[in-house]
Write a protein that binds this ligand. Sequence first.
Ligand code: HXC
Length: 266
Amino acid sequence: MESPFKADILKGQVAFVTGGGSGIGFEISRQFGKHGASVAIMGRRRQVLDDAVSALQSEGIQAIGLDGDVRKREDASRVLEEAFKHFGKLDILVNGAAGNFLASPEDLSPNGLKTVLDIDSVGTFTMCHEALKYLKKGKGPSTGGLILNISATLHYTASWYQIHVSAAKAAVDSITRSLALEWGTDYDIRVNGIAPGPIQDTPGMRKLAPAEMQSDVSRDDRLLRKLGKTWDIAMAALYLASDAGKFVNGTTMIVDGGHWLSKPRY
Ligand code: HXC
């Protein structure tokens, strides 16, 4: 789909996207690139990164792939420094890296819960923490730099077999608000989140929803029943990253067609 935004809204900006090799993170990287940004993507799998960088470059986007694990502080520090050295600055950090699987609380070991908290929550904080010195110096479209944390809607209610991710994303939303307050005040850095609903063709959907449910829902035209597209999330990210979002700080924008509100009709 065509973007409704002008092609230069992120001109000259440098974005760093964790989990940028696939799914939502990839489409955010792609749309940021198509709107003028240079993009560094981070992930654990070299081949996935190489394929993603080739795809971005084939669309004329300046992109590099850096491998690392957000659970390792030394990786976070190294890849951010590499991106900064390569592009000369850093304006936007998108925390898209996440871990997930379905498990009942009974079958989930404490280490299973900790693993997802380590990736989603601690990993998000680690990246923010290590990126601060660059974002402080970054010149965003409006004021300071920008952080976007990819969340979820699972924890707004309660979701079966997702106790670990629900807890992890609740922490992410809280981190978003705290950093928005403190870094917004001290450094003019805006910190926001996006909470996607079920999104077609993502690793999350492939892992969490059975194939028949995915095709049933995607055939449904009703807003609250249909699946979103990675494009929908990338457009929200573009809005938040552009001047249009310059007064938005500390919010987590739900982009799910209203899905999380829905209850069965009696
Ligand atoms: C129960 C499990 C499990 C499963 C792992 N564990 N998979 N427990 N059911 N299916 C437990 C293990 O037993 C172990 O605990 C602990 O978790 C760590 O497992 P490892 O395999 O050693 O971890 P690791 O290799 O680091 O892999 C991390 C991972 C993996 C999260 C488990 O799935 C991963 O790397 N995922 C990244 C990609 C991904 O998930 N992308 C989708 C994101 S979707 P013990 O006690 O045995 O040591 C998303 C959408 C959210 O985030 C919103 C949805 C709407």
